[in-house]
Design a binder for this molecule. Sequence first.
Ligand code: FES
Ligand SMILES: [Fe+2]
Length: 333
Amino acid sequence: MFLKNYWYAAALPGELGERPLARTICGEPVVLFRTEGGTFAALADRCAHRAAPLSLGTVRGESIECGYHGLRFGPGGACVKIPGQDSAGAAGPAVRAYPLVQRWNWLWIWLGDPALANPDTIPALSWFDNAAWTPFQLYFHVQANWQLFSDNLLDLSHVSFTHAKSIGSPEVSEIPLKTWVEGDRVFNRREMRGVTPGPFVADWGGFTGRIDRISSTEWSPPANLAIEARFADASNEIVVMVVNPITPETETSTHLWMGWARNFRLDDAAFTARARQENEQVLHEDIVVIEGQQSRLGADSAFRPYSIKADAGLVQARRIVARLLQAEASNAA
Ligand code: FES
Ligand SMILES: [Fe+2]
């Protein structure tokens, strides 16, 4: 069950070089490629001739050539060449083309009704195109349902336990979280005064003692999260924006994207390299737990989770997703 009339982060522009890229998104096999002229394109990864994956083929000029019998398709999906035949033409074979837009250094794909594909509804991630911030992006291919990652990011009390060795403050889970809903969005905020920073955070801000820490999260459907994390002592405040556009691959696997942007040490390339590594560690700490959850859930479909106070945000988000899925299904019927 996937929401289709939304933009999903499909790839980083830098992932598309000379070779086409195969990526399954919401259960649909897609081939992503960059033409020699620089156009990014997303097509169904199934040749209109005899169904070979186009991702096994080759980019030729402004088209992709199937690696089986050499039919070529342009970025709009129309066949532009059939070997041994004069021309493909308007009545020739075609593959489905998906709207694809480059924004905030991601390529966003639209799997739903193309008439509804409005790029203005791509999540606003301006920190990733703003000289006041230094960003980087990470990608993880993980074996768990996409909603488990929204759950994780909507309840940061896990930071005290899962991330005790990296970014966790032991006090976090004891401090109440304020959660509220606006339309289809869920927000939460936790203000923590005089807490101990985890080792990574102490290093980022040069903090030697206790700090104030405020985290504010915004979730929007299907699974886009933006977390503003403020860390401050009497002499210094640093802000980190962590964004996670979460893209389902299948019901039990996910393309987990992370963008991390900071407003300090902007030109420090060595710091960027270290922060990348540290965040890879943080995400791996999450992934171990979440893949474990998936395997336990998969083994017993009768299991019903027990909700605690800290689950308020994720319960709301899941309700919104369920309502939107129902609305898409009844519109399609
Ligand atoms: S299957 Fe693609 S050209 Fe024949
Ligand atoms: Fe986490």
